[in-house]
Write a protein that binds this ligand. Structure first.
Ligand code: PEP
Ligand code: MG
Length: 755
């Protein structure tokens, strides 16, 4: 197999041409496979080439072979993970072994006559991420396979995959799971963006398969590539100017667009065109290479970027095929539920977003760009729905309960009626809540309650303009950090915070310093794998260890308020020292800004989140030092009950409306009152009417929540008598029950409290 680079290029081209000739012949798939393995062995100068086909039951059947004993074909079966072929199938990646006899996983099958062969190289045959089989070559002598050889075999595997999923073979194969028509079912996924919707399914296809792999004219392919690149760049430019692009997602698209000009990327595509592939196949090949490399990276943020690269490759291939988004959008139902395996941000925005009522994803996580963009547009998203795109068919009726992560496929009449009734009710309630806008927010016994919103995405701000909120009780600053490839500098941050202040229209904005770590990973911060990331190097711990990040952020806050009032809070403070240290850094920054002659804030209020239980036991010492406390009930209950908040299997195991949590909250509220320090709650509890009722009863006077919860919580506040609820709540606090929720709910219903 000793060849020079040019010789290899020539033989790769010849190989592809020979394979194409076989594929267009009017012969059976088995005959084609027999011929293909023979050609591959000949062109790669190997003694063996075999194809193992994945059969139902996860069995790899030797389906065609040149070089192994003919009797072994259709007789030799390997399980997934069995032997080196099984290993390649499990890992779904190319592996090569100079001498298989040295390898502990090698399994010798006498019927194949393999005794003669030493080296082995195999590649998975994939349709998307679905394994179809394994293609392998072997030689008698020991041999170290080179990158180029692996590349050629991978290209052949791509061609094979193409052929195997072609129409006539597909119908005979059990591999392709046919969706069951008119199936009624309920699927459970993970809530990524909450909300409800009913509509017709539209399956987002990751662009049709590459049908033409081998090119007939290199020059034409290069020209087509350049034209497609130009068109794509122009289109992304137009997308950036669209009204759907807001502060946060603009950065996503800028970075994304830069990639389209990346010389390395374009060069790699060009190289594949030179090797004899069509432009489409070359783009796909480079995307596959990137995906394979990135799939080995542990960092979840970088893993998510695979979707962006796929998106870009698909978009380029669409341009090569003559893309027509307008036609696609015309075909969409007014109420469309978009169903996808995964998605990049630009792919998502290709759809007419006024028609998209919800998105269902097979994969997906809160940090996926398409999810961030959907959230910024207020579109519910459910993720972690394995096999969803083969389970649901275009046109199926889908009801989405984004709050609970449920998807109803072709729901029965009664489910649909119930859903529509709930949607109607939501609409009516929204209208009713609008009327409460100018009503003073106070309980029946005259206790004023301040309602605020949790923000961090531009769309959250729109509701503040409706006048229901007194301000922003929690401004999460991490999203702009997560959506870009590098740390936003002070100037960029200043602009973002300035816009938040402008949108808040003079109402207070409580900026929380970076709460990164746990599930929110920044690609540019060195992140080693952690056993328990929620309790690891995160939040204020990172800010204090990487002081320059904290300093830049504090500077940006100071500059953004530009002489007005500044509210800052630090997250995840676990001991007083951390707070003192962080506050000292703020003082230093104020001093520096003053020395530079910059305008300092008129007033500065510095507080801390209370979300780590240890801080509760230092409250009396902490309170004289802070201007306010904000209880992060999400993290506080996570740590109080030792339940991972990101693990849906234990979400409902413990209830925040239970004696331990409520007692902790009561102690915090009472102590803050004693020290005359304002105390708010900004976790999810604040936005749920029944939970908020309990919080008010315990003495909490400030609540901060998602904008969509404001109306319901205000209606609850207006209908409750705080003293009455408190008396009842205190009377049941010593209960041994797992939860006090039912008791509180009954009380609310009996007393006409709107929950
Ligand atoms: C909380 O922990 O309750 C909180 C508001 O912070 P986050 O949800 O951003 O962790
Ligand atoms: Mg928190």
């Amino acid at each position: 197999m000793e060849q020079t680079k040019t010789q290899q290029e020539i033989s790769a081209r010849r190989l592809l041409k020979r394979l194409r000739d076989v594929m267009i012949q009017e012969t059976s798939v088995q005959e084609k496979l027999n011929k293909i393995v023979e050609i591959v062995a000949e062109e790669l100068h190997t003694h063996v080439c075999s194809f193992y086909f994945l059969q139902p039951g996860d069995i790899l059947e030797l389906f065609a072979s040149y070089g192994l004993k003919a009797n072994a074909v259709h007789e030799t079966m390997l399980r997934m993970g069995e032997g080196l072929i099984g290993e390649i199938a499990v890992q779904k990646k190319a592996l090569s072994f100079p001498d298989v006899w040295d390898h502990p996983s090698f399994v010798y099958r006498p019927e194949t006559g393999e005794k003669l062969f030493k080296s082995l190289m195999g590649v998975p045959v994939l349709k998307g991420s679905q394994l179809l089989g394994v293609l392998a070559v072997q030689t008698e002598e020991s041999h170290d396979y080179e990158e180029d050889e692996i590349d050629i075999l991978e290209t052949v595997a791509m061609l094979l995959a193409q052929m195997l999923v072609s129409a006539d073979f597909e119908s005979k194969s059990d591999h392709i799971v046919k969706p069951k028509k008119d199936l009624q079912s309920r699927l459970e996924g993970v809530r990524l963006v909450s909300g409800m919707a009913v509509g017709k399914a539209y399956i987002h296809n990751r662009v049709a398969r590459v049908t033409d792999v081998v090119s007939s004219n290199e020059g034409t392919e290069l020209k087509r590539l350049n034209i497609a690149l130009e068109k794509m760049d122009k289109e992304l430019g137009e997308m950036l100017a669209s009204p759907d692009i807001n502060d946060e997602n603009a950065e996503i698209f800028e970075t994304y667009r830069m990639f389209t000009k990346d010389k390395g990327w374009i060069q790699k595509i060009t190289d594949y065109i030179h090797s004899g592939l069509t432009a489409e196949a070359s783009v796909q090949k480079v995307a596959d290479d990137i995906a394979e490399r990135m799939s080995m990276i542990a960092d979840p943020y970088l893993k998510e970027r695979i979707h962006d690269f796929q998106d870009l490759a698909d978009r380029l291939r669409q341009h090569l095929a003559g893309r027509n988004i307008i036609e696609k959008n015309k075909r969409l139902n007014q109420n469309t539920i978009l169903v996808a395996k995964s998605m990049g941000p630009a792919e998502f925005l290709d759809y007419d977003r006024t028609k998209i009522k919800a998105v269902l994803l097979e994969e997906g996580s809160p940090t996926m760009h398409a999810v961030i963009v959907a959230k910024s547009l207020g579109i519910p998203v459910i993720g972690s729905l394995p096999g969803i795109d083969s389970f649901i068919q275009k046109g199926d009726t889908i009801a989405v309960d984004g709050d609970n992560g449920f998807v109803f496929v072709n729901p029965a009449e009664d489910v649909l009626t119930d859903f529509n009734a709930r949607l109607d009710l939501l609409k009516k309630l929204r209208k009713k809540y609008e009327k409460l806008k100018d009503v003073k927010c106070q309980t029946l016994d005259g206790i004023p309650i301040s309602l605020n919103i949790n923000a961090g995405l531009a769309v959250d701000m729109l509701t503040l303009g409706d006048g229901m909120a007194d301000g922003i009780g929690l401004y999460r600053t991490e999203l702009p950090f997560m959506s870009t490839a590098q740390l936003p500098d002070t100037q960029t941050q200043t602009e973002i915070y300035k816009r938040a202040l402008i949108n808040a229209n003079g109402k207070p904005v409580v900026f929380r310093t970076l709460d990164i770590g746990s599930d929110k990973v920044l690609p540019y911060l060195q992140h080693r794998a952690e056993e328990n990331p929620a309790m690891g190097w995160r939040s204020i711990r990172i800010s204090l260890d990487r002081r320059s990040i904290l300093r830049a952020q504090l500077r940006a806050f100071i500059r953004a308020v530009n002489g007005a009032d500044l509210y800052i809070m630090f997250p995840m403070i676990a001991d007083i020292d951390e707070f003192i240290d962080a506050k000292k850094t703020l003082e230093i920054e104020l001093q520096r800004e003053s020395e530079k002659g910059r305008t300092l804030p008129k007033t500065i209020k510095v507080g801390t989140m209370l979300e780590v239980p240890s801080l509760t036991f230092q409250l009396r010492e902490l309170l004289p030092l802070v201007d306010f406390i904000s209880i992060g009930s999400n993290d506080l209950s996570q740590f109080l009950f030792a339940t991972d908040r990101s693990d849906p299997t234990i979400w409902e195991r413990y209830d925040a409306l239970s004696a331990p949590m409520l007692r902790a909250l009561k102690y915090i509220a009472d102590t803050c009152e004693e020290f005359n320090v304002p105390c708010s709650v900004c976790g999810e509890m604040a936005g749920k009417p029944l939970d908020a009722m309990a919080l008010v009863a315990l003495g909490i006077r400030r609540l901060s929540m998602n904008a969509s919860s404001l109306g319901a919580v205000k209606a609850m506040v207006l209908s409750m008598n705080a003293a009455e609820v408190r008396e009842y709540l205190l009377s049941i606090l010593s209960s041994k029950s797992h939860s006090l929720r039912e008791k509180l709910r009954n009380f609310a219903v009996d007393h006409g409290i709107v929950i």
